[in-house]
Design a protein around this ligand. Structure first.
Ligand SMILES: Nc1ncnc2c1ncn2[C@@H]1O[C@H](COP(=O)(O)OP(=O)(O)O)[C@@H](O)[C@H]1O
Ligand SMILES: [Mg+2]
Length: 297
């Protein structure tokens, strides 16, 4: 399943909310996200399985023994391909011998096939795996290929959840190509496109957060939606900024938030993009903190 929407629309929040219902009875929920500036191939997929293997290391000796056998059956003689990217697997399987040298294309195909076998060890009917891959707009082509392989592998008890900013994925994006190839092979992914919060949603959110009266909340909700387009991240940031600037205050005696003049809130204006938002937030830090952040970056 694919969840789409612009930055801040709530994609990560909604897929993470599936954790409880999907794992309530059995199965594993694992997640990884792709990074904009660190495009190591397979990073998100590897991160997800690293976490799973690390968790499984705490299982009983008997279960680990069974896992060792299953992994040997599934991976041999190419276990090294997996332990090279997920070193924790070696703690279960022991060191793996070097693999045969192949040409470039064969090397890629072999990796994908071995990785599919690896996933199959974990994704079984008695304990299905939910694999969440977040920020697919930054996925590398190799990961997308692997993902397509996993999606077309019928022997998996695997639910793949992907989230991405559809407004940053155009016709030339590798994700578009991957989805097109998947469709050619007869595979389709159901999609959920997140919509902005409505004025009613924001009204409800403000009432829950501030304990304001219905009328007070209505005026603010209207203003907030007009300034944010109902993007949940912007809604949250706008309210936080107003509180930081002292335009909204917590009244301890009344036990609720108050604000006196909507005009005053309105006059402050608001930023339109995540970038502006981050820049504005950094701008509110003191010099010392900014210098430290700069050094760390
Ligand atoms: N339906 C919602 N109601 C209130 N807040 C939300 C909602 N969806 C998301 N948020 C909040 O908005 C912010 C952005 O959500 P996030 O899931 O990180 O967006 P995305 O992954 O699409 O960039 C988060 O702080 C999240 O908790
Ligand atoms: Mg996200």
């Amino acid at each position: 399943m694919l969840v789409t929407g612009a930055a801040g629309m709530g994609k990560s929040a909604v897929v993470q909310a599936l954790y409880e219902p999907l794992t309530a009875r059995r199965g594993y929920f694992i997640a990884g996200k792709f990074e904009q500036f660190r495009r190591t191939p397979f990073s998100a997929v590897v991160a997800a399985f690293k976490a799973l293997v690390t968790e499984l290391l705490g299982e009983s000796a008997e279960r680990l023994n069974r896992l060792r056998n299953d992994l040997a059956d599934a991976l041999s003689p190419n276990g090294r391909l997996i332990t090279d990217v997920i070193p924790q697997v070696e703690l279960i399987t022991g060191p793996q011998p070097p693999v045969e040298e192949l040409g470039a294309a064969e090397t890629v195909n072999r990796f994908d096939a071995v990785f599919r076998n690896f996933v199959r060890v974990f994704a079984r009917p008695q304990h299905p795996v939910v694999l969440l891959l977040d920020d697919l707009q930054w996925a590398d082509a190799a990961s997308l290929n692997l993902m397509r392989g996993l999606l077309t592998d019928e022997h998996q008890s695997l639910l793949l959840l992907g989230a991405y900013r559809d407004n940053e994925v155009d016709a030339n994006h590798p994700l578009t190509a991957m989805l097109a190839r998947l469709a050619e092979d007869g595979g389709t992914l159901p999609g959920v496109a997140l919509k902005p919060l409505s004025t009613d949603d924001v009204w409800q959110l403000i009432r829950d957060t501030t304990s304001a009266s219905m009328v007070e909340a209505a005026g603010l909700a209207d203003l907030v939606v007009r300034n944010t387009g109902g993007n949940p991240l912007f809604v949250q940031e706008l309210l936080k900024t107003r509180a930081d600037d002292g335009l909204m205050r917590f009244d301890r005696t009344a036990g609720k938030w108050t604000w006196d003049d909507l005009a005053e809130i309105r006059a402050k204006g608001f930023t339109e993009s995540v970038l502006d938002l981050m820049v504005a937030r950094l701008g509110r830090l003191d010099d010392g903190t900014r210098t430290t952040l700069q050094a760390a970056a």
